[in-house]
Write a protein that binds this ligand. Structure first.
Ligand code: NAD
Length: 477
């Protein structure tokens, strides 16, 4: 497995770096539309040019990441986010006129959209380019400067990002800080104008605590257990293929991967059969299959195999899609697509985010039981529903919260740029993508322009006898 050559930045230099960016922001002010366009175009083109270098770096960091997955999940979404922002930026940057109401006529009011200043971005390892560059694009579109800390667990990709961004931007506009948890903790303690964190809920808690010392606003893009509900009228083979495609993408190391499935009891065996068939169709052989991604490192591999062993010991029914290949796959750090059927709720697999190609399946008797099961647990990042009847779908969507939803498929709401992406409660705070991302990194500044006639004249002391009539007017229904 790769070792981390990431160079830790000395802590005192982090503060100096922030000061340099802050000074540059104060000196140069908000960048013009043309400047922002040039920044985003440069970034978009660099990602396109370096697509192969990106796939190579991530493949080396993972010890085997499917190249097509990197193109689909890192290169394309980042390119698409830049293209989307480039087209809409003029509209997003426009001041927005708002009505003042009769009381304040003939004054006017508007909302000016201004950059916040210097943004801190902390990124995880599972999509190390997408989750670093997509927030960077939003922050640059909004006219900010950025310090970015990528994950220490994908050191080659982090080096590539540092090199690529170093060639595109001066350090006082975009700086990459490398290092592990200690550097991350020091980074989160800097008085940024906004701190954007993607990672685990446990670290997110620490980040929010550190940011609170500076009253730095945070966006937290966290994890959780995203459920997938099969409705009574779902088309099973279609649902199973779509669930398997999303679950097995990146070997399940996806924040919005379906974490477990709830299925009508009488359909349980149909789902098991259809899922196994779907996994085989997607990955006809698992041994040496370059389309099937490895588990990132020893720690995550051991975590997943221990959770499976615990489920086996507890008597859960476990179905590995390709048990014959398991020995050789272990050498490649790969885990076969595996179903865990009717696990107990106290097992690790049902308590913690799985983040691997293991899918627990639980049967339910009534749709309301499935909804109650989800609603009684921490609010997840994503929720998936498969079925045709609108009434069933509405019951699930209304009864259980989640950050986002895809109906009759999985993951896809993430890549629709105009949909806000974010969690709720323990799965996250705030959102980004598209205009929502632009707004996350902007200050909506309220500006009131007093007109030539000031109708508030009647509201000053000494209060006249017409005050009651004016007050009645103000209090009209
Ligand atoms: P992680 O929380 O372990 O690490 C994320 C980043 O935080 C890394 O850069 C790390 O160096 C840094 N860090 C570690 N300790 C820190 C500290 N005390 N203060 C500040 N920063 C610190 O997460 P991970 O293992 O890299 O990623 C997997 C997790 O991320 C999963 O839970 C997954 O669901 C979640 N995730 C969420 C999203 C989303 O968009 N909501 C996307 C991808 C991953």
């Amino acid at each position: 497995m790769p070792t981390s050559p990431a160079v830790a930045a000395p802590f005192e230099s982090l503060a100096a770096m922030l000061k340099r960016q802050r000074d540059a922001f104060a000196a140069e002010g908000a960048p013009s539309l043309d400047q922002r366009r040039a920044d985003l175009t440069g970034l978009r083109d660099a990602v396109k040019r370096q697509a192969h270098a990106i796939t190579d770096a991530i493949a080396a960091d993972f010890g085997g990441r499917a190249r097509h997955e990197t193109l689909l999940a890192e290169v394309w979404p980042v390119h698409a986010a830049a293209r989307h922002a480039l087209r809409r930026l003029p509209r997003w940057m426009q001041p927005k006129r708002v009505p003042v109401g009769l009381e304040f006529w003939p004054s006017r009011a508007e909302i000016l959209v201004q950059p916040l200043g210097v943004i801190g971005i902390i990124a995880p390892w599972n999509y190390p380019v997408n989750l670093a560059l997509a927030p960077l694009i939003a922050a640059l579109a909004a006219g900010n400067r950025v310090m970015l800390k990528p994950s220490e667990l994908t050191p080659r990709t982090s080096d590539l990002l540092a090199k690529m961004l170093g060639q595109l931007f001066p350090q006082d506009k975009v700086a990459v800080v490398q290092g592990g948890a200690e550097v991350g903790a020091a980074f989160a303690g800097l008085p940024f104008d906004h701190l954007f964190f993607t990672g685990s809920t446990a670290v997110g808690r620490k980040v929010m605590l550190a940011a609170a010392q500076n009253l730095t606003p945070v966006t937290l893009e966290l994890g959780g257990k995203s459920p997938c509900v099969i409705g009574p009228d779902a088309k099973m083979s279609e649902a199973a293929l779509r669930i398997a495609t999303g679950k097995l993408f990146n070997a399940g190391q996806t924040c919005i991967a379906p974490d477990y499935v709830l299925v009508p009891r009488e359909k349980l065996e149909d789902l098991v059969t259809a899922y196994a068939a779907a996994a085989k169709k997607l990955y006809p052989t698992l041994r040496g299959n370059a389309d099937y991604t490895a588990i990132l490192n020893d720690r995550h591999y051991a975590r997943l195999t221990a959770a499976l062993a615990e489920a086996r010991e507890a008597g859960a029914r476990i179905l590995s899609i390709d048990p014959a290949s398991e020995g050789e796959m272990a050498a490649e750090h790969k885990i076969a697509p595996t179903l865990v059927i009717e696990p107990r709720d106290d097992l690790t697999l049902m308590r913690e985010e799985i983040f691997g190609p293991i899918l627990p399946v639980k049967a339910y008797d009534r749709l309301d039981d499935a909804v109650a099961f989800i609603a009684s647990r921490p609010r997840p990042l994503a929720l998936y529903y498969f079925g045709v009847w609108a009434e069933h779908r509405e019951r699930v969507l209304a009864g259980a919260h989640s950050g986002g939803v895809t109906v009759n498929d999985v993951l896809t709401h993430f890549v629709v740029e105009d949909l806000p992406f974010g969690g709720i409660g323990p799965s996250g705070l705030g959102a980004y993508h598209g205009e929502t991302g632009f707004q996350t990194f902007s200050h909506r500044r309220a500006v009131y322009h007093q007109g030539p006639i000031d109708p508030k004249f009647f509201l000053r002391p000494p209060y006249s006898r017409i005050f009651p009539a004016i007050f009645r007017f103000l209090m009209r229904n």
